[in-house]
Ligand binder design. Structure first.
Ligand SMILES: Nc1ncnc2c1ncn2[C@@H]1O[C@H](COP(=O)(O)OP(=O)(O)OP(=O)(O)O)[C@@H](O)[C@H]1O
Length: 265
């Protein structure tokens, strides 16, 4: 927690304190702490099963803590009633592994969907907003195409446009580049950057892609056995002496050099 002192003055979009969550006798979260200051990007890393997705689900109110506190924009998520929870979810744009696009809707209708569901906008206003958002992700030419006719990267961009259309204050990404080729991965990373630059949103990103993580993060956090064991800007994270961080980064470097050797040989 190298930065905790300097974070005090910043307004926190996300504040998780001593979060515990068990499933039967499987203690998935064992006192996790995490803060994400407004307008910054935090990347959450850690081996499979370390509790990253469970932590993120608490931010959306999809899971209730056994113990501890989860605040989003200063509000205790577990104390919100259904109406307040809906409002909170409206402020969150969510992009998961599966894009969950509607296959029978074209690109335009997929992106317009949240506006039709959740706002009173006229079709004219909807058209203007959708056009602007699709331009932001470089998909103005694809409005009438259906998800099945798009590349993986384009589908991701449609998913992002739909997540971003209500101008969320918080963007949550759970492994958005899973299974994508390097070029598409780069385009997803650009999308995440767009979310920060153009929407001024706070982003929490779960990704196993260490190189991308270092490129996009204001802060990196490592989860290990249900706790965040290291948190800080990329430079200090890289120098961490925590054994779990060292093992995680060494493992990444080993796999990377194996890939390079395989490509050369
Ligand atoms: N709904 C659930 N019911 C029971 N156990 C769960 C549930 N969700 C998660 N778990 C368990 O909680 C632990 C943490 O899971 P979580 O999905 O947060 O891991 P993760 O760090 O996101 O892993 P990955 O990188 O593989 O997605 C795991 O042991 C998982 O099996």
């Amino acid at each position: 927690m190298s930065e905790s002192g300097s974070q005090v003055a910043a307004k926190l979009a996300i504040e998780v304190k001593d979060l515990h969550k068990s499933f039967g006798d499987n203690a998935a979260l064992r006192g996790a702490n995490l803060v994400v200051p407004e307008g910054t990007t935090c990347v959450l890393m850690g081996v499979s099963g370390s509790g990253k997705s469970v932590l993120m689900k608490h931010l959306m109110g999809l899971m209730k803590p056994d113990r501890g506190s989860v605040k989003v924009n200063g509000e205790e998520v577990a104390e919100l009633d259904e109406k307040a929870l809906n409002q909170l979810r409206r402020q969150q744009g969510v992009l998961f592994q599966a894009n969950a696009l509607f296959d029978s809707f074209n690109v335009y209708d997929n992106v317009a969907f949240p506006l039709r569901e959740r706002t009173e906008m006229s079709e004219d206003e909807i058209r203007q907003t959708v056009d602007k958002t699709l331009a932001m992700v470089g998909l103005s030419h694809a409005t009438t195409r259906f998800p099945g006719e798009l590349s993986g990267g384009m589908q991701k961009r449609v998913g992002f446009a739909r997540a971003a259309i209500l101008q969320p204050k918080i963007l949550l990404y759970d492994d958005p580049t899973a299974g994508l080729d390097p070029l598409t991965t780069a385009s997803v990373n650009e999308i995440i950057f767009t979310g920060k630059q153009q929407l001024g949103a706070t982003s929490l990103v779960i990704t196993p892609d260490v190189a991308s993580a270092f490129g996009m993060a204001d802060h990196l956090a490592l989860m290990h056995e249900g706790r965040v064991v290291e948190y800080g800007p990329p430079d200090s994270f890289r120098e961490s002496q925590h054994p779990a961080v060292k093992a995680f980064l060494n493992n990444y470097l080993r796999r990377r050099s194996q890939r390079v050797r395989a490509a050369e040989g």
